[in-house]
Design a protein around this ligand. Structure first.
Ligand SMILES: NC(=O)c1ccc[n+]([C@@H]2O[C@H](COP(=O)([O-])OP(=O)(O)OC[C@H]3O[C@@H](n4cnc5c(N)ncnc54)[C@H](OP(=O)(O)O)[C@@H]3O)[C@@H](O)[C@H]2O)c1
Length: 245
């Protein structure tokens, strides 16, 4: 496996990169914080990544850098076969309603620019005959809910986009893997009260890597969320208006 990861300096991306490294994958890390990238790269080399782990600057809020970053990653890995996007930001509905600038950055980071980055990655993968594009959405995208109207909307958009890519490009060799985590204990959720079925990043990473190998189009992590969301997707609107979750 020759994988490019955007968002591996922390949380789920870091855990997935560590799992890949322990299985000898060749890795290239993209991110906005060069010091954090270098630190992560060294850690992954110690854990068994194939060869030296390359690092390339890439800020999801700056669309101008995407093409260059993917070209540099391609050169560093002599052609990649997998791209993983775990980079993303969170804000509660109250925080985002109180700060429109932050809301705008969240919409740009989690949806518009993630899609623009994925469009370039998808083209590059298909140019070489195919590969895997794995993107982290959330169970929050499965239904509009009071506490996560804006964050949930970005995740709904990403889930829809990935489903469309799967339908459009699967025949050409693109494996679009959409990950929908529930609550996972990472820096994103630090300080929040763990919800039901709260998971550890390492176990999520193992499940996701197996899903990538199998080419699963949708993976809920932990798996119990597929059943929970099946019920929530069918709850009538008058119930959703009343409940506060
Ligand atoms: N944790 C959960 O409970 C949970 C649940 C459902 C879905 N998810 C989704 O899973 C994904 C990973 O979440 P996580 O918990 O691992 O989050 P995290 O611990 O906060 O890590 C987020 C990563 O995204 C990077 N990032 C943020 N903004 C960026 C930007 N503008 N440009 C480049 N990189 C940027 C961060 O880089 P820096 O090191 O530079 O900050 C960091 O590496 C996200 O899409 C999140 O929405 C998480």
């Amino acid at each position: 496996m020759k994988a490019v990861l955007l968002g591996a300096t922390n949380g789920l991306g870091r855990a997935l990169a560590q799992e890949m490294a322990s299985r000898g994958a060749q890795l290239c890390l993209l991110g906005r914080n060069l010091q954090a990238l270098e630190k992560s790269a060294k850690d992954l080399e110690i854990r068994g990544a194939g060869g030296s782990v390359a690092t390339v600057p890439c800020d999801l809020l700056n669309r101008e850098c995407f093409d260059r970053a993917l070209q540099d990653a391609d050169a560093a890995l002599e052609g990649f076969d997998t791209v993983v996007v775990t980079a993303g930001v969170f804000g509660t509905q109250d925080e985002l309603e109180a700060d429109l600038e932050r809301a705008s950055d969240l919409l740009m980071t989690n949806f518009t620019n993630t899609v623009m980055f994925c469009e370039l990655a998808r083209k590059q993968l298909l140019k070489r005959g195919g590969g895997t594009l794995c993107v982290f959405s959330s169970v929050a995208g499965d239904r509009g809910r009071k506490p996560a109207v804006l964050y949930g909307a970005t995740k709904a958009g990403i889930s829809h986009y990935m489903e469309g890519l799967d339908h459009r490009y699967h025949e050409e060799g693109l494996s679009a893997v959409l990950v929908k985590p529930g609550f996972v204990k990472t820096s994103m959720t630090a300080g929040m009260k763990p919800s039901l079925f709260a998971a550890e990043p390492a176990s999520v990473a193992r499940t996701v890597l197996n899903a990538i190998h199998k080419g699963k189009p949708v993976v809920y992590v932990p798996g119990v969320w597929s059943l929970v969301m099946l019920v929530i997707r069918w709850l009538p609107r008058f119930v959703m208006r009343r409940v506060g979750f």
